[in-house]
Design a protein around this ligand. Structure first.
Ligand code: KIV
Ligand code: ZN
Length: 512
């Protein structure tokens, strides 16, 4: 049998832990569908016991996604584990991923538990979880900074209790490749029943080595599962990036000699979707999914690539889903062409009414922009996820006036629970005036901690994609909006962020 590397995606759990990256249930479901299309083996859909919202998201994904294993994280206690099992009931293949910290620092300062207590709790939790589901993964949190003898004792015990995957997190991104690879190897050699489990790596990117460490864990340590996120999304400097791991293992098959289930053609669409949903823009020089990843600017490189592609290219852009920014549709395109293009881009709209609404928005955009690119369509459906009738606030129209030497004025029309309202304000610039006009009605008092504009497809004809990050009462959310008019895009992004703040507040209230 071919030696296989399992790809475990945790964009919807560890990725979502990044401040501002929180996603709604529907957004998570859409990303989960894209991960299934990508043929990810395991999707960590959330942390079911952490909130009602997370429970519902894990449940919805478990009920919908049938080709990937669906996993929920859970602390090592009966309540969390039962919640995870409950959320996973509808899954074809469900996994509980339970964890407890094992490093001296975490046990003493965070858990205030003795090593013996942690040992007992780890064992009991895996036993409890195994009575509820067949597939249990165990992680010793801060595993890489744990004492080797103690870690061997805990891991041997949880394997004996039935954990079939052992994940070794470098929780704080402290590892370096050779040492991390050796660490996994030593664990596997020293633990007598290590062959009863699949070994997994989970690396954070604080020193920029998450991908290198994970690959060392695979090559030197013999791990056969990598935990990663799309675009490397995650707290602080992020997690190991899925696209980089996948393309490294694929491009250097001569060295790694491993098979994967992944279909890389869906990588770029997944990257766009995660970036548009969370508002975390991908840096242009990011490997595989950055806008410049396959762009050759120097004359010598261009000449070489034209003569023989492999002079400077080790992967093909089209293999990871770059469609050469081609014009796909225009104002005369019909509903069927639109629907088919959406399917080719891997976007599934839940119902005919969602398709009709997206098509209406496409027509509206095509009236204002002659060439519609794939990126425009993805932005359009991304906006569509902020479905007008379900949300508290929805954009209607905007007018603004700015002239050299005069203070800009804006007036914005939007709805609050379906009822139209008009806000007016001046401001330092037209964007500032427009957002103040909204705030004059909503009075959220939220603090703006980030505002960024990105041109979706290169030229001044492009749509602007705006990200607004708001903070209020300890909650941080990102809103994203796109439109050929960046002032309109800004107003949409602001309303989308307000909707997220509102839904987070509702979720907190629902939990009492
Ligand atoms: O980084 C970490 O330790 C984790 C565990 C909960 C697996 O994310
Ligand atoms: Zn982590």
């Amino acid at each position: 049998m071919a030696d296989k590397l399992i790809i475990f995606d945790t964009t919807l759990r560890d990725g979502e832990q990044s401040p501002g990256a929180s996603m709604t249930r529907d957004e998570k479901l859409r990303i989960a569908r894209q991960l299934e299309r990508l043929r990810v083996d395991v999707i960590e859909a959330g942390f079911a016991a952490s909130s009602n919202g997370d429970f519902e998201a894990v449940q919805a994904i478990a009920n919908t996604i049938k080709d990937s294993t669906i996993c929920s994280l859970s602390r090592a206690n009966d309540r969390d584990i039962s919640r995870a099992a409950e959320a996973l009931k509808g899954a074809n293949s469900g996994r509980i991923h339970t964890f407890i910290a094992t490093s001296p620092l975490h046990m003493e300062k965070k858990l205030r538990m003795t090593p013996d207590q942690v040992f007992e709790q780890a064992k009991q939790s895996v036993r409890f979880a195994r009575n509820l589901v067949a597939d249990v993964e165990f992680s010793p949190e801060d595993g890489y900074r744990s004492d080797m003898d103690f870690l061997c004792k805990v891991l041997e015990a949880v394997i004996a209790e039935g954990a079939s995957t052992i994940n070794v997190p470098d929780t704080v991104g402290y590892a370096v490749p050779e040492l991390y690879g050796q660490f996994i190897k030593t664990l596997r050699e020293r633990i007598p029943n290590s062959d009863k489990a699949i070994w997994s790596v989970h690396c954070h990117n604080d020193l920029g080595m998450a991908v290198a460490n994970s690959l060392a864990g695979v090559k030197l340590g013999g791990a056969r599962q990598v935990e990663c996120t799309i675009n490397g999304l995650g707290e602080r400097a992020g997690n190991c990036s899925l696209e980089e791991i996948v393309m490294a293992v694929k491009t250097r098959k001569d060295y790694f000699g491993l098979e994967m289930n992944i279909d890389p053609i869906h990588i770029v669409a997944a990257s766009r979707m995660v970036s548009q949903t969370t508002g975390f823009v991908v840096q242009p020089n990011k490997a595989v999914v950055g806008a410049n990843a396959f762009a050759h600017a120097s004359g010598i490189h261009q000449d070489g690539v034209l003569k023989a592609r492999d002079t400077y290219e080790i992967m093909r852009a089209e293999d990871v889903g770059w469609s050469a920014n081609k014009i796909v549709l225009g104002k005369l395109s019909g509903r069927n062409a639109f629907k088919q293009r959406m399917q080719e881009l891997g976007v599934v709209l839940e119902s005919e009414s969602e398709l009709n609404a997206a098509f209406a928005r496409f027509k509206e955009l095509a009236d204002r922009k002659s060439e519609i690119f794939d990126e425009d369509i993805l932005a359009l459906v991304s906006d569509e996820s902020v479905s007008q009738d379900k949300e508290q606030y929805a954009y209607v129209s905007l007018s603004q006036h700015s002239e050299t030497g005069e203070r800009p004025q804006a007036s914005v029309v939007f709805t609050i629970q379906g009822k139209e309202v008009h806000g007016k304000s001046d401001g330092n610039g037209p964007v500032d005036a427009s957002l103040k006009a909204i705030e004059s009605i909503v009075e959220s008092g939220a603090e703006m901690v980030l505002y960024s504009v990105n041109a979706i497809s290169g030229s001044t004809e492009s749509q602007g994609e705006v990200t607004v990050r708001l903070q209020n009462s300890g909650r941080v959310v990102n809103g994203v909006g796109s439109d050929p008019d960046i002032i309109v895009a800004s107003a949409k992004a602001y309303l989308s962020a307000l909707n997220k703040l509102q839904s987070k507040a509702d979720r907190v209230a629902a939990q009492g």
